[in-house]
Design a protein. Structure first.
Length: 246
């Protein structure tokens, strides 16, 4: 049985992937402490997860709030292991090796980005609110401020609820009229929203090359056996999408 879903677009100096709902560790492999689940169980899950990697790595996540705030992890002194920063944000960047940026989701997207030439990486959490706030575009802008050329940045988009399953109301869809290929009306007055498509558009508009974007085909709602889905009833479970330079 797989331990996690790998992303193949990056070179072998990059570790990147998404954890699974049921892995070779054991079932219900949630990694979030903020959802009301048993914290001791989650911490045990995290310990089991990081054992699969170099013991000197630093996994780090922040308190995700559906914002467009992206912080530079280089400004913080981090211990080895899994560090949960008490900082409200939805994205991180770093130039440090051995720091593993971690995004927790269960229908929303995680977008990870790597500039292998400059050694700069980033990761953001993009639900529809983050997508509305252009968080993918702002991640590329943040990496550019550190010296990246968008043409050198490779990106991966995690499993998330797909455009055939993500039914929303007009209050949501009105924010995406500039993304006609990401929205589709339904007969019941609702709309379908393709969050992956909207974020691909943002990345392309930010100068990322089409061939430098890997998009997971997994839908968290359709593939609820593999990944947590909030809309399918996993109100407490979250999987992690991670990226780091080793």
């Amino acid at each position: 049985m797989e331990k996690w879903l790998p992303y193949k677009i990056f070179n072998n100096q990059i570790i990147a992937g998404s954890s699974l709902k049921i892995s070779s560790f054991y079932a219900n492999f949630s990694l979030a402490t903020h959802t009301g689940d048993n914290v001791d169980k989650i911490l045990k899950n995290r310990d089991e997860f990081i054992k699969e990697f170099n013991e000197n790595l630093k996994f780090v996540n922040v308190k995700q709030i559906h914002s467009d705030k992206i912080i530079n992890i280089d400004e913080y002194n981090l211990l080895n292991g899994w560090i949960e920063l008490p900082i409200e944000a939805d994205g991180m960047v770093t130039t440090k090796k051995g720091v593993i940026l971690s995004i927790l989701t269960a229908d929303c997207l995680a977008i990870i980005a790597v500039d292998e030439k400059k050694g700069i990486i980033g990761a953001v959490h993009a639900g529809w609110r983050g997508t509305k706030k252009q968080i993918a575009s702002k991640l590329i802008k943040k990496m550019k401020s550190l010296g990246s050329n968008p043409k050198d940045i490779k990106c991966a988009i995690s499993p998330g609820i797909c455009g055939n399953c993500y039914e929303v109301g007009y209050d949501v869809i009105k924010n995406f009229k500039d993304y006609p290929t990401a929205i589709k009306p339904k007969d019941n007055g609702k709309w379908l929203f393709d969050n992956k498509e909207a974020n691909v558009i943002q990345l392309l508009n930010s100068g990322i090359l089409k061939d430098n974007i890997e998009i997971s085909n997994y839908c968290t709602y359709c593939n609820n056996d593999k990944f947590f889905s909030y809309r399918k009833g996993d109100t407490k479970g979250r999987f992690v999408t991670f990226v780091g330079i080793i």
